[in-house]
Design a binder for this molecule. Structure first.
Ligand code: URA
Length: 438
């Protein structure tokens, strides 16, 4: 086969065969093909699109470009979740121990943040000593021993995706549904889960700005998973405003702990209960956990009786983290400056733009511009109001947590842009827009 012929076929809008796709992905992963041919291929896919069959083949080719974990011998049925990336999205930190506390094993690999979007692995590193770099053997051992493990992605997991993603970033081919879907699903399939809940975000702080575009992406991913023999559920959730209150690594860990102890912001708690419920539904395989009200009651109980929190504590301890920080979150990294951002007028909150809030936290050092940049784990913002809330002029809307006072003006400028007021009542935003099944 010749790469140039495959590129030409896609350029001309023809469907690629399974063999062509597997050959191209394999040759590029092994550095046999140069970046310029892979870039041309990506642009041809971007412009011409891919059929369901081609997208499934691209996903499987990327999933099989490295190790494919098989946890079924140890765990029976494993469930996983994936978020398409949000602001204040610390859901994994709550959902994993909550589901594991119900006796369903969870073994997850998560990513780091890039740009304004945060990553679970960075958040976990707020806990001193927490080891995110586990060998395959350690990962499997902890999964079996505790029914819960949460690490960074091993280099051997879908290496083709790492190479393609870096190239997409610099060739303007990131926002392309078949490429996004195959990128996400290749990693999920390689990580060995049988059932996968996808949390596809939509809105101002999300990849997919409209509900329609999020639904389209979710549908492709659900279909890929189903064709690959996975049980799938996707939810379309709101990301116009941040989820919960905290945006910033250690602040988000503290909020997750508060939620695991039965408290936490109402929207974040409700979001976690819904995602956990879908994970249990998959794990029950139609035999158990089929009644949503019963599932909800079970999850509420696990939060109230300390079981979910206990599972988080066990996770942290098993991966070398300092459990004193979990027991007493004031021991997590703390910023030296806490400043209030107050309402400039009275009215109803009409907008709390998630992207602008994330950029405000980014200005303080909470995020990284490029891979490998250091981040400040302590800084970020806390949002005290939601869209629809009525506020008085001067009321504290947000708290800024900073370590460097020179960064405050840029942070405040983003917060000014984040907020819009209305003189008339504004409807609260929904948490979810849709649910898709395989
Ligand atoms: N997340 C991924 O892992 N890949 C994409 O292409 C987009 C978001």
């Amino acid at each position: 086969m010749r790469a140039v012929d495959i590129i030409a076929r896609k350029r001309d809008g023809l469907a690629l065969t399974k063999d062509e796709i597997f050959w191209f992905v394999d040759a590029y992963t092994r550095d046999i093909l140069p970046d310029y041919q892979a870039a041309a291929f990506l642009m041809a896919v971007f412009i011409r699109g891919m059929s369901r069959e081609e997208t499934v083949n691209l996903t499987l080719a990327m999933a099989h470009s490295g190790d494919v974990l098989d946890l079924s011998d140890m765990l029976g049925y494993a469930v996983d979740k994936h978020s398409s990336g949000g602001v204040g999205d610390k859901t994994t930190l709550v959902v994993l121990p909550l589901v594991a506390s119900c006796g369903v094993p969870v073994a997850k690999m998560s990513g780091r943040g890039l740009g304004f979007s945060g990553g679970t692995i960075d958040k976990l590193e707020s806990i001193a000593g927490y080891n995110v770099n586990l060998s395959d053997e350690e990962f499997r051992k902890l999964a079996k021993q505790n029914g819960i493990v949460l690490s960074g992605q091993s280099k051997e997991l879908a290496p083709a995706d790492g190479k393609f993603y870096a190239l997409r970033d610099v060739t303007a081919t990131v926002p392309c549904p078949p490429l996004i879907a195959s990128s996400i699903m290749s990693k999920k399939i390689a990580a060995g889960a049988n059932g996968i809940v996808l949390d596809v975000k939509t809105g101002r702080g999300a990849f997919m700005p409209t509900v329609e575009s999020a639904r389209e992406l979710a549908r492709i991913m659900v279909d890929i998973g189903a064709d690959a023999g996975r049980d799938m559920i996707a939810v379309i959730s709101d990301m116009n405003q941040p989820l919960g209150q905290a945006v910033g690594n250690a602040l988000e860990v503290a909020e997750a702990i508060e939620t695991l102890r039965g408290g936490g912001p109402a929207d974040f708690r409700a979001h976690c209960l819904a995602v956990s419920g879908y994970m249990l539904r998959l794990a029950g395989q139609g035999k158990k956990w089929t009644d949503p009200a019963e599932v909800r009651a079970l999850l509420e109980t696990q939060l109230a009786n300390g079981q979910a929190f206990g599972k988080f504590r066990q996770l942290v301890e098993a991966q070398g983290g300092d459990v004193r920080m979990v027991d007493d979150p004031v021991k997590l990294p703390q910023a030296s400056i806490a400043e209030s951002f107050n309402a400039s007028r009275s009215g109803y909150i009409a907008q709390m733009d998630a992207q602008e809030v994330a950029l405000a936290a980014f200005e303080l050092g909470a995020g990284r511009e490029k891979k490998g940049d250091p981040i400040d784990l302590a800084v970020g913002v806390k949002v005290h109001v939601k869209v629809g809330d009525q506020v008085q002029a001067g009321a504290p809307l947000l708290t800024i947590y900073a370590n460097d006072p020179t960064k405050l003006p840029a942070c405040r400028a983003h917060l000014e842009r984040a907020i819009a007021y209305s003189d008339t009542p504004v409807d609260p935003l929904p948490l979810f827009y849709d649910t898709l099944y395989d």
